[in-house]
Write a protein of this length. Structure first.
Length: 139
């Protein structure tokens, strides 16, 4: 039989991970939405194949994918030998892959560029905050 003791330092380190990560996700969602709103106000269509993307959609998808990244980071934190390096490499690769649909979608060039910018802005906010809270074991 094994028991796990949760000390105050364990709980603090847990909140020291989750709170900033959640805050970064919210800030990234607001920033991605702001980028889209500014672009739309400047005359960029946010329509893909004739369907307008609602501004709230930028926030919702940013929160969903940031959440997936944060939960993945928490798993890496527990099981990876070098969670920071694995997280950064994985999220940078996934961010690059997230640009592919924006390139191939049937939309105006300025729409494609706006969509890509929202991905990059969100990643630039979330990845460093979460990575800073992951250990560099094994380095």
């Amino acid at each position: 039989m094994t028991t796990t003791a949760y000390t105050a330092s364990t709980l603090c380190s847990s909140s020291a991970f989750w709170r900033p990560a959640a805050a970064a996700a919210v800030v990234a969602a607001a920033a991605a939405t702001a980028v889209a709103a500014i672009a739309h106000a400047a005359g960029v269509s946010l329509a893909i194949e004739g369907q307008q993307i609602p501004l709230a959609g930028f926030a919702q998808l940013t929160l969903i994918f940031a959440g997936i990244g944060i939960v993945s980071a928490a798993a890496l934190r527990k099981w990876a030998g070098n969670p920071r390096t694995v997280f950064v490499r994985t999220t940078v690769a996934l961010t690059a892959l997230s640009l592919v649909p924006d390139v191939v979608v049937n939309a105006a060039v300025d729409t494609k560029l706006t969509l890509m910018l929202t991905h990059l802005v969100a990643a630039a906010i979330v990845i460093p905050v979460v990575a800073a809270r992951l250990d560099r074991r094994g380095e």
